[in-house]
Design a protein around this ligand. Structure first.
Ligand code: 0X9
Ligand code: ZN
Length: 412
């Protein structure tokens, strides 16, 4: 008899190298490495010259890595000696009994905390099941409100499974909205309704805890032997217009069609039901320290680019104050890479929402997706600081014709 035992992926002695491409040719050459061997994994996509690319290399193909680097004559340095060591540091202990921000948490524990908040703040917190997943889980979130019909802010976390700082930050914001005594935070919190969904991709998130810490997509099985769709390529705006080959084995597989995935389909249906209740949509990702805004298909400065850029600059200046963390802001295609089918682009294009930002959270190159848990609180604090300024600026811009969409409540 043959037994198959589900094994946890190990990253023992996997290394991460920072590579600095200086020419377009080098970018193309790096890009091709993805296809040479599946022991090469890019932590960020090679797209811009003079921007560091982090590449994870399996131990058995180190010689091949050194050979390719020499051949394309590119400078690099080692950044992480043993990925598994960092993976272990991010794993929550089974002994954890309460929810905190010194640890990452399992889906179960996050959902339990949402339930507890609804129990403890019955007048302000309402549980919402926004959608469902391929494996039958709930996509759970909350609506937080201090006054009926406040203008809404929607917060999306965890659409990419391995980006654990994203759900952690969404939860941090939620707790601040409920409990902070800081005057500016209270003012922001109580003048808005909050729709907060910390984990848009629950199946993927669970899988990163149980099986493969570096998983990104959902867990949909398809005809191909490869699993999963990138839920941030699956939304119905310019779906799959950029990829040359929509490959199910790629980490950016856009799915068989727009909204083909139950996660995006169900959440898009839910969002439609509240589309007149919110005017801002914020998504959390990692890792690059960028504050991005639409669109992903073009570098052109469309719609309210100038306003979003101005607000973005002020928000990242506020973000930097406490810990000196440097962000850049700009259009997604110009600051990162071209990518279509994302949730923020969809929300902006479909509902004309003017305030749509994507935070690529900490860090840059030291830990990548494996940000140590003692950096959850500093990350949360600086993001809260930036949101306070972002929405002060939004309010200050109200004289511009652009803001006529903002409900009168916000203008009071
Ligand atoms: O590629 C993505 O989906 C995001 N970057 S990540 O490294 N976290 O995967 C960027 C999303 C930006 N949004 C748009 N393309 N509109
Ligand atoms: Zn992401």
């Amino acid at each position: 008899m043959c037994l198959t035992i589900a094994q946890k992926a190990t990253f023992e002695n996997y290394k991460v190298f920072s590579i600095m491409p200086t020419t377009e040719i080098q970018i193309k050459q790096l890009f091709q490495m993805d296809n040479i061997h599946n022991g090469f994994t890019f932590w960020n996509t090679p797209a811009l010259t003079n921007r560091i690319v982090n590449l994870m290399v399996a131990p058995d193909i180190l010689p091949l890595f050194y050979e390719i680097m020499a051949r394309i004559n590119i400078s690099y340095q080692i950044n992480i000696e043993n990925v598994q060591k960092l993976v272990d540091q991010t794993m929550p202990s089974n002994r954890l009994t309460s929810f905190d921000f010194n640890n990452y948490h399992t889906l179960e524990r996050i959902y339990m905390n949402l339930n507890n908040l609804a129990k403890n703040y019955p007048d302000n917190v309402q549980i919402i099941i926004g959608g469902t997943t391929y494996e039958g889980r709930e996509i759970k979130g909350v609506k937080v409100s201090f006054r009926a019909n406040n203008p809404g802010i929607f917060i999306e976390g965890g659409i990419h499974a391995k980006e654990w700082i994203s759900p952690a930050t969404a939860m941090y914001i939620l707790h601040q909205v409920l409990t902070s005594n800081e005057v500016d935070i209270r003012a922001l919190a109580e003048s808005h309704d909050w729709y907060i969904f910390p984990v848009f991709n629950p199946d993927g998130y669970v899988y990163t805890h149980t099986t493969n810490r570096m998983w990104r997509k959902n867990r949909k099985l398809s005809n191909s032997f490869c699993v999963g769709v990138d839920l941030n390529r699956n939304w119905n705006y310019k779906w799959n217009t950029h990829t040359l080959k929509n490959d199910p084995c790629s980490n950016n597989y856009a799915g068989s069609g727009p909204l083909s995935e139950i996660e995006t389909k169900s959440m898009s249906k839910y969002i439609k039901t509240i589309s007149d209740k919110f005017y801002a949509y914020i998504a959390f990702h990692s890792h690059a320290q960028l504050l991005l805004f639409p669109y992903g298909h073009t570098k052109n400065h469309l719609d309210n680019y100038d306003e979003l850029h101005d607000i973005g600059l002020k928000a990242i200046a506020a973000l930097k104050k406490k810990y000196g963390t440097e962000y850049q802001t700009g259009n997604i295609a110009e600051k990162m890479y071209r990518a279509t089918g994302s949730s923020v682009d969809y929300i902006k294009a479909t509902y004309g929402k003017q305030i749509t930002y994507t935070y690529e959270l900490r860090d840059r190159d030291n830990y990548g997706f494996l940000l140590p848990p003692d950096l959850i609180i500093p990350t949360g604090e600086e993001i809260m600081d930036s949101l306070v300024v972002m929405f002060k600026e939004v309010k200050a811009c109200r004289s511009l014709s652009l803001w006529k969409f903002v409900t009168s409540d916000l203008l009071n």
